[in-house]
Structures are given as C-alpha cells and as structure tokens.
Design a protein around this ligand. Sequence first.
Ligand code: NAD
Ligand code: MN
Length: 780
Amino acid sequence: MKISEIMTDMDYGPAPEAQDIVQDWLGRHEAGFGHFIDGTFTGAGETFAVTNPATGGEIARVTQGTTADVDAAVAAARKAQPKWAGLQGHQRARHLYALARHVQQHARFLAVLESLDNGKPIRESRDADIPLVARHFYHHAGWAELVAEEFPDRQPWGVCGQIIPWNFPLLMLAWKVAPALAAGNTVVLKPAEYTPLTALAFAEIAAECGLPAGVLNIVTGDGATGAAIAGHDGVDKLAFTGSTEVGKILRRQTAGSGKGLTLELGGKSPFIVFEDADLDAAVEGVVDAIWFNQGQVCCAGSRVLVAEAIEARFTERLKARMARLTVGNPLDKNTDIGAIVHPVQRDRIAELVAQGRAEGAEIHQGAAPEGCFYPPTIITNAQPASVLSTEEIFGPVVTITPFRTPDDAVALANNTRYGLAASIWSEGITQALDIARQVKAGVIWVNGTNLFDAAAGFGGYRESGYGREGGREGMAAYMRSPARTGQETDLPALDPVPGGPTGAALDRTAKLFIGGKQARPDSGYVYQVNGAKGPIGLAALGSRKDIRNAVEAAAKASGWANTTGHQRAQILYYLGENLSARAEEFTARLTASGTKEKTARAEVEAAIARCFRYAAWADKFDGAVHNTVSGHVTLAMHEPLGVMGVVAPTEAPLAGLLSLMLPALAMGNRVVAVPSQTHPLSATDLYQVIETSDIPAGVVNIVTGPRDELARVLAQHDGVDALWYVGSARKQVEADSAGNLKQVWTEADGARDWAGSEGQSRDFLARATQVKNIWVPYGA
Ligand code: NAD
Ligand code: MN
C-alpha cells in the first residue's frame, strides 16, 4: 500500500501487542496449574482447558477444585487469620502497598494475559482493568492504615470466601481481595472457569511480595467448586459477583448460617438522553456504555431511553458511530471490540437477539469476523415486554426506546427487576439531578458512564444485589460488629379463638393497624394473650391477607421517603412526647403482662428516649462526597430501602419494637411491623399514639399474630424491600428472601437487651439505608 493510499483511506494497519512474556510464562506452566494454597502452588489435579476465545485455542490447563482442595484452602486461611488480623494496620498496609507496586511493575504482562484469556481489547486491559487493579490496592493500603481508628467497634469477619466472574477477572479479584485483606480477613477466592489465569499470576505476585502464607488462597474450578466454598462451615463471609440466578442460589444456601453475604449481580441499566443533552457526547457515552468489554459489563447501559424529539437524530448518529467500530483481534491496539468470552456466551447473545427479532424488534448490526465474535448491535422497536428489553443480554447489544416526558423516562428506567446503574444525559442540572433522585439504582452517572474508582462504593438495588464494593461502605462490608448469640426458643402455636358471628369477641379485641386505620383480621379469629396470672386480653390473629394489605398500604405511603429529615424528626419527637404523656398506661400494660414494675417503668422510659434519639438522627445521618476521578465528585447519598418488614423481639415488647421501627422510620422507610407474639398489647396500645402524632397513614402498619408465619409472608413478598427479624426461624426467613433478594437482617431472641444501650446504634441506621453513588461533573 502506498503512503498516499493510507492517507486517503485513513485505515489502521495491524498493531499487535507483543505476547512473548506471556507465552514464556504459559510455556513454563505447560504441565497445568494447581491451586495456590498456604503460600505455595499444589500440583495439578484433574484439569480442564483454558482457552483464548479469539482463536479458540487452548492456552493452559487448570485444576478443577475438589471439596478436599477447598477444605485445605479454608484451613490455611483459618490458620493464618489471627496473625494477619493481629498485625498493626500499618504492617498490613505495607503488604497491600507492595501488591499495588508489583501489579504496576507487571502491568503489561497482566494486561496481555487478561486479553488472551478473556478476549477483551488490549486497549481496555492496559488502560482500564490493570490500572484500576493497582488503584484498588493503593486505596485499600490506605484503609489498612486507618481501619482501627475509623471502625473502632468492628472486627474482621475471619475467613472470606470470594467467587468472581469472567468479565473483569483481575479487577474483580482486586475489588474483593483488597478490602478483605485491609480489614484483617484472610481469603479463599475462586476465579471464573473461563478466565482463571490472571488470578494465578496474581498469586505468584503475592508470593513474590512476601504476603504471609495462607492470607490469600486461590482455588480454581467451576460452579461446583464455588458451591463448596459457599457451603463451607469455615467460611465466615461470602462475597459474590455474577449472575442474579446464582446470587439467589447462594442466598438460599447460606440461609441461617450466620455468614456475612454481599452480592453484586446483574443489571439492565438505563441510559437516559434528554432533549437538551450534548448529543455527540451522549453518542460517545453509548460506545463506552455498551461496547466497552463487548458489553459484558454488569452495569452496562443496555437500555437507551431517548427523548422522542431527538430519537431519529440520535439513532442515526449512533448507527454511524457503530459502523466505525473495529471488531477483531483483542491484542491489536486498534481494536475496539474483542472476542466474546466463550462460545456459550456468544450463542446466548445470538439466541436472545433472534428471539427479539421474532418478537418484532428491528436489528441493526455492524460487522464482526468469524469465530467467537459478535457485532455491535442496536435494537429499535423492542416492546417493553420483549426479552431484549427485560433480560440481561451481556453482549454488545443495546435497545433504543423513545420517551415523551421525564416521568415516562423514570417509569421506563425503573421498569426492571434490577437496579445496578443508570446514566443520565442532560445539560440541565435540575433535570439531571431530579432524575438521579428518582431512578432506583446504586450507581448513577450524570453526563458520563462506566466511571469507577476505589473511593466510591459500587453495587446495586433490588435484584442487582446488596452490599457495596469500594469506599467506606465497601470496607464496612468486610467487618462485623461482635457476634451476639441468643436463645433458640420456638414460640408456641396459637390457639385461634373464633371472633364469633356477632363479632362480640372481636369488638373487645385489639385490632390490626393498617393504612392508618384499625382493622379486623381477615381470619375473623383472635388469640388469647396471657399475663403472669392468666389471660389479660385478646389480640387479632393476623394472616397472609392482612400482611398483604399492610404492604399495599405501606407502598402507597411512598411520600414519606421524600419528607425532609427535619419533618421526620418533628414527627418522631411528637411521638415521644405523646408516649411520655401516657407513660403510666404503658407501664401498667407491661406490668400486667408479667414485667416487674421497675423494669416496666425503665422500658417505657427507654422507648421514649428512643423516639428522641432517632428524631435526633433523622436529619444527621448524612452521606458523603467522594473525591474520585478528575472532573467529578461522587455524592454518596443515604436512601431509604422502601417498605420494611420488622419482626420484633419477644421480650421488651415496647422498647424492642420501637428500637427497630424508629431507625427505619427516621431514614424514610415505611414499616409493616409484627409485634411480640407473646406480649402484643403494648404494641396495639401504640395505635392511638401513632394516630395523634401526625405519622401519615400507611407509614406504620402493625399486624399481630403468629410471628414466624407472618415473618415468612413478609420474606416472600416482592413488595417488601427489606426485613428485620428477631427470632428462631432465621434460616427460613433468609431463604424465603431470595425471591426478590430483599435485604435481611436477623438475630436470635435474647441476643441483646433491647431496653438497654444495645438497642440503639448507628448500625441500625446503616442497615435502614442503602448508598446511592451519584457521579456529577465538577471542575471539568
Ligand atoms: P455465573 O453467575 O454462573 O458465574 C459467576 C461465578 O460463579 C463463576 O466463578 C462461577 O464458577 C460461579 N458459580 C456458578 N455457579 C455457582 C454456584 N452454584 N455456587 C457458587 N458459585 C457458582 O455467571 P456466568 O455463567 O459466568 O454468566 C451467566 C450470566 O451471568 C451472564 O450472561 C450475565 O448475564 C451474568 N453475569 C453477570 C456478571 C456481573 O458482573 N454482575 C458477571 C458475569 C456474568
Ligand atoms: Mn479463557
């Protein structure tokens, strides 16, 4: 080709990255890799092939981890943990710092290896993945230094099991390993079966840096190996990134085990373009949102929602941009889109697109070479119910859907079971931030997309999982408050007493409180409540239907989330004042149920004090502003979870119930509460106090009855966003929560003195909120 021709067509010539250092390394491991356990590599066991998806060729063999391998790794981690946690923070910081330095020294090697194993363009592994890996270790070296001072009441979990996916293999390792080690945990990590090689290379680097034996253990294998880690009794906390399907399996598998659990799952994230957006910037944004890493990104902007007035113009520009993307050899520095990680994933993408086509969607595609590649794809005319609009495709495929008004945009954006991320494009700050508030997602980018930094938390709402990685909240997820144990007493079954055809008994019975009104139970039955010396009253026997009604009432009271902290504080103070005015009655009620008068008096005082305490917090539990990437600030906002189920402890029936309800209310949640089954009458006495305290109808709902039956209805209900449960059915409740992956916090009865100082802390507020990280241009 002549120079003049090159100048006219401006095509790129091939520019392959050299791969000899990686080929040398692979050559040295031709016999197959073992696991990295207790500071050394085991011999290879039964192995499986690791392939380069761009060529289909085998590049290595790794060992399928057995339960014995997992046992050995957990044992090594267990043995190493006390000493690791016992190091000064500064000493752990030096180790993490060394890991960061060594990652940088080996950056080119790691980038090439990542691209070979995963198929991602070298431009991305070199400029995004590996620099972010180093960044994570530096950031968390800092946390290791500070953790004792910054989290004085918390301690490491112990041994962390970590299971990661194939889309950002080494980066996901860094996101998991760095905070775990900084906090004083040791780790057993399993990389994904398609992409295990950079984790093994990292293990070599860790050994080279002198990380103590057993602190980091890497076991390779497939889902069976992952399941062995998740189910291992010696694992104290499990952190998972991957599909929502496996996330739900892990929720059920770990139910009742007391293990910590964080889940970073799938998404179907909206990319919202308003009429006043900078269109060229937004088009470039879509390139980064869906064609970065072949679209195999959990937070990929896979649903473009665009204002109707600019839809045609925007789509044309995007199509023109798509036509200029280069799909091909991942190791070529000019490649925009590399190989799909594995033919199984490529076929899944093709199948979903074919299904969408059959449903009437229009498909527009660029070009891609033969092999494990998929062309960049734009979908128009996909109906909201189409698989293309609802399923996570995990490929370079984006839908474009027009919207009329901002309200339509929000409705479309939130019309998904996921809630990982969202991108909002508008030159109007009011518009952009108003939408940021309304979209249900853990990460929001204003006029940007796929921005990441270790100083900001990352993680989702709803079925995108829970827990955050990065930032302060990411560190908090790797530590726990000292464990509490209580007694495992099951409650007696309740004897239903008929309310009678005339409802005579019902009229003498404490009713339910739903939507601001006292309500008869759907069952028509009541149950007898006993005091120290026999029956002291009747309570309504609530059932599934009553819980459903209560959840519906709570859902309607969504305005509570938008009140100011000051308004909520006023109402909680008023609640405390009204409770105080009736302190004698409540004391008498508690005394009747068998509590000594002095104790009863103290409990009522504690309940009143709780109201004041959480009124105080209502306008003070603030988020943070993170200093992240240049030209941006990241606002970490505390948002309420939504509708919360609250199942109160058996003892301290008044203070216990309020200790759970008040922090939830203070943070803007609505509550469906199940009071102590044994002593429900102080809760039913609250109705009038609530009514006279200006708490809006539906914000507090109370259903008395069989605790565990009602708790399980709450756990299974998709309209419930979070559940706090005190009692003995923790395993069932946690397993039942997997349906919509609501956040659950459980504790045994009697594990703390609810009327004492243990009944209130900042922890309750953290549990009643989730962090939304909003990336805003600043000083650009
Ligand atoms: P996956 O959830 O099956 O795999 C993720 C990790 O979990 C891998 O290490 C795997 O070995 C392990 N695993 C699988 N089954 C397990 C089990 N029962 N117990 C413990 N560990 C188990 O994801 P995948 O099959 O690689 O991809 C399927 C889909 O998941 C993708 O198409 C995409 O939609 C989604 N996905 C999401 C992410 C994300 O970052 N959120 C990452 C990868 C895949
Ligand atoms: Mn591979």
